[in-house]
Design a binder for this molecule. Structure first.
Ligand code: MN
Length: 500
């Protein structure tokens, strides 16, 4: 959905979830400003049991002049369009207000039927709803950076929802963080009014009630209901204990379990562990050392009606540590039980890096998988795969494996990769410099379907690993068997065929 689709309504009410947080307020405010600029009659409201109390939120509202008001539960129906933001109409965390028309803008797991909505945009891969609304405003050409209050609200929304930018890795979140104009002095002020005395006590109590596993060196802590930021704070602290290599800190609300993950060993990537813990029950992700996630109570209750969450996290962690073999490609053979396959022809893109910036420049390549820093060199190419991954190759490697054309590359990717010059900050859209290529069909690999999970370290992936789940494929180039990678099962089926 695009925001302009909602411009046919003259009266618009924007409702955040009950007990709104900085992200709900920030993204709600951005929508408010947008529709106000279109001459609509707009109001920004929240309802539910509690009024806003936290000092940082009160300051946010005051400093940025955010016109959010509390709406009494029995204030009745609203006229025109109701948009719920950072939540979904009909979910347990937002008081159901009757309205003529309803739309939803959110970044949580889909919880509701969209059948009766006039529009919805639910982007679960984003770290904050503020990022989503920022994207929607940019798509409409709205001048976000001319309004410092608006920028600061969005920035602070992302900051809070991602535990100070540590628990997300979506490239669009990073784009907003870098591109939006904000007032740093306000952010500093809010940052230092983040905890109440009550929450200080919650953190203290949580610390003395840890569960420690001696075999795998992990700790689990359940905290009383508190702001999710406290979970990050506790887990940062716990990880400093010498015997603890990995930890999970969580709390419970009516909607589900919110958790923070930390790791200080290369065999555990916090981002992937967060994903593993949530899997089909919610969402999780972040960075190598810090990550976070959420498990929906509705989904959890269906699968584990009686299991205590502490036991759930313990079981999942044990399962995680027991179910992966660590493989170092440099001392490992895929053959002899592997079969030969060849890569089907796929259209991809390639770019000679010195057409982007001069040789010797340091640049950051931002893809769906995160940021990579490289030094621009001669005869260096980037290959943009149809999955959105970007690989670095020499001219020879590229010419050996791919048939190159001079026409532009038509690929549509979920996140279009960008290249940013570290010195000047200039950012280029990689695809507009790319030409098309197809792999030569002769590219032969050995592949073996995995029965157990693996963590694969290779020559290029020394400090972090590629994760393989049972069912995925371990693939090695026939002419260079140490060049190994993990290919997800469905991707493998689509891109490889048995060699004849
Ligand atoms: Mn949010």
């Amino acid at each position: 959905m695009q925001l302009r689709e909602l411009e046919s309504y003259d009266s618009i009410t924007i409702q955040t979830h009950d007990n709104p947080d900085a992200d709900a307020i920030g993204s709600g405010y951005a929508l408010y400003k947008y529709f106000k600029s279109k001459g609509k009659e707009v109001s920004l409201i929240y309802s539910g049991r509690y009024r806003i109390q936290k000092t940082n939120l009160k300051l946010m509202i005051e400093k940025m002049n955010i016109p959010i008001t509390y709406r009494d539960k029995d204030a009745g129906k609203v006229d025109g369009l109701l948009i719920t933001v950072d939540c979904q109409y009909g979910s347990g965390n937002v008081y159901p207000i009757e309205a003529d028309y309803v739309a939803v803008i959110d970044h949580h797991q889909p919880e509701i039927s969209t059948a009766n909505l006039v529009g919805w945009e639910i982007a679960t891969n984003l770290g904050s709803c503020s990022t989503l609304v920022w994207r929607m405003l940019m798509e409409e050409g709205y001048p976000v950076n001319e309004d410092m209050n608006l920028g600061t609200a969005l920035y602070y929304g992302l900051y809070c929802d991602t535990n100070q930018f540590s628990e997300t890795i979506n490239p669009l979140d990073m784009d907003m963080r870098e591109m939006v104009a904000f007032d740093n002095s306000i952010v500093l002020l809010l940052r230092n009014s983040n905890l109440s005395l009550k929450e200080l006590e919650i953190a203290g109590i949580a610390l003395i009630r840890y569960i420690y596993n001696n075999d795998f060196h992990y700790a689990i802590i359940q905290a009383q209901p508190c702001d999710p930021n406290i979970l990050g704070l506790i887990s940062d602290f716990v990880l400093q204990v010498d015997e603890i290599y990995t930890c999970v800190v969580f709390n419970t609300s009516d909607e589900g379990y919110k958790f923070s993950v930390r790791s200080c060993i290369k065999e555990v990537n916090a981002s992937e562990l967060a994903w593993y813990l949530a899997q089909d029950l919610g969402s999780g992700g972040g960075h190598l050392e810090k990550a976070g996630g959420f498990i929906s109570m509705r989904k959890y209750g269906k699968v584990y009606p009686t299991l205590h969450p502490e036991a759930y996290f313990g079981n999942k962690l044990n399962e995680y540590f027991e179910s992966f073999d660590v493989i170092d490609a440099r001392h490992y053979e895929v053959t002899p039980d592997a079969q030969q396959y060849s890569r089907k022809k796929v259209i991809m893109g390639y770019v000679k890096t010195d057409t982007l910036f001069p040789v010797g420049n340091r640049v950051t390549i931002r893809t769906i998988e995160g940021d990579t820093d490289i030094l621009i060199q001669e005869e260096q190419y980037l290959l943009i795969e149809d999955t959105g991954k970007v690989l670095m190759l020499s001219g020879q490697q590229l010419a050996d494996a791919y048939k190159l054309s001079q026409v532009g590359c038509p690929m549509k990717l979920e996140y279009m990769p960008k290249v940013k010059n570290a010195l000047t900050g200039e950012t280029l859209d990689l695809m507009s410099y790319a030409h098309s290529c197809t792999n030569k069909s002769k590219f032969l690999v050995y592949a073996r379907q995995l029965e157990r999970g693996i963590k694969l370290f290779t020559e290029f992936y020394k400090d972090t690993y590629m994760l393989g789940m049972p069912g995925d494929y371990l693939v090695a180039a026939c002419d260079n068997p140490k060049m190994m990678q993990v290919v997800q099962k469905d991707v493998f089926m689509e891109t490889y065929q048995k060699a004849d």
